[in-house]
Design a protein around this ligand. Sequence first.
Ligand code: ATP
Length: 219
Amino acid sequence: MSAPVGILGGTFDPIHFGHLRLAQEVADELRLSVVRFVPSGTPPHRAEPGASAVHRLAMVRLAVAGNPLFMVDEREAGKTGPGYTVDTLTALRAEVGPAQPLVLLLGADAFLDLATWSRWHQLFELAHIAVAYRPGFPVDTWQSRMPQPLAAEYNTRLMRQPFAVHVAPAGGIVVVSIAALDISATLIRETTRSGGNARYLLPDSIYQYIQEHGLYTGN
Ligand code: ATP
């Protein structure tokens, strides 16, 4: 059994420093062997994204290039219908075998939304969940913002010792404190759309890609 494998799913519309710090800091804190970035195809929880799956995937490829801890997992990006995290984790679990620890990385906003996800209880049979702080979602409000079924899972599964993700393949929740970056893809799309400059919210290579392809300029 090798060190836990991290999975960071997202629309990545576009990928930005909030995503990259989340992946880096959780990987460092939990000593993950790799973080697999999984860009969505057509996401089930929101309207059509601003950029096509082809562009979003290309930007994730650019962003992870050069970091040996990061890789792109293209299994959802190629799908035209909705892709569900539970299906992605089931496929990955089949590939890595029953003993390999898997860790699903989520920002606090995504975690608080978890009970709306398809077959969300099954996620705990497939992976651990690492929740990272995100500005706007202070920890002392989490309990009151969690629906009761999620609070029940949180209270029974919370592991105080982050390294516990190494000793079981799935089923725990760990909370990781990361640098608070109040950056969202929405902010980048809106800044670009209104003629502002999104530079330094995301890697220069992604900023240049957006310029070259004229992304996020429409209404
Ligand atoms: P949008 O603004 O379009 O909703 P987003 O910036 O929230 O997008 P997603 O692709 O939806 O990005 O997020 C993927 C994952 O990354 C989610 O788990 C989300 O909580 C997390 N995440 C995104 N930005 C941050 C951030 N600044 N800090 C911590 N986690 C983040």
